[in-house]
Design a protein. Structure first.
Length: 186
């Protein structure tokens, strides 16, 4: 936040979300930045990527999107980076809490599958001989996946977000622009 003060002469405006609803940076038509501002943009993107690595995965998708414009950003892209920094300054105490409680999935219906007519028919869990007996409490691993189809309005590519949890603690996350377009049959 002090970096913004030294770069721009003022603190970033507080923002309630990392990105405005319905915003599409790929459609930005503002003027291109000069070389000095491009270096500032690249530095700020690097700082935001570092923030994601230390646990602020709530900004992962917008930073991934804005990172695509590092070589030739526009003024609108720099304004969006300032917006993300304003969001982080408003919610500067956002942290990942270690929660060892097990999640409650009893309200989610469990689907039963008939594996008899698949290549998995008769499969069993193979536990190697001589394995040590487990110590400590059991852990529930959960993976949450979501997609934003047609995230990029120009290419039509989608974004997939993945969050891995052990019990109720996030341990790994990613946000990725898909390389291929999903095809649908009509």
């Amino acid at each position: 936040m002090d970096n913004c003060l030294s770069l721009f002469g003022k603190h970033p405006n507080n923002a309630r979300s990392p990105v405005a609803q319905g915003d599409h940076p790929e459609l930005d038509t503002s003027e291109l930045l000069d070389n000095a501002d491009i270096q500032i943009y690249q530095s700020l993107i690097g700082s935001l990527q570092w923030a994601i690595q230390i646990g602020r995965f709530d900004i992962a998708t917008i930073v991934m999107t804005l990172s695509r414009f590092r070589a030739c950003p526009c003024q609108g892209h720099l304004d969006r980076v300032k917006h993300v920094i304003g969001y982080l300054s408003k919610f500067k105490h956002g942290v990942i809490h270690i929660c060892t409680d097990k999640p409650h999935y009893s309200n989610i219906p469990k689907k039963e599958y008939d594996w008899f007519y698949t290549c998995c028919a008769g499969a069993r869990d193979g536990i190697p001989e001589g394995c040590p007996t487990p110590c400590g409490n059991s852990v529930i691993a959960t993976t949450c996946v979501d997609a934003n189809l047609f995230h990029d309005m120009i290419s039509g590519r989608s974004v997939t977000g993945i969050l891995h949890l052990l019990n109720m603690t996030p341990v790994d996350w990613c946000s990725k622009l898909r390389l291929t377009l999903p095809l649908s049959r009509s």
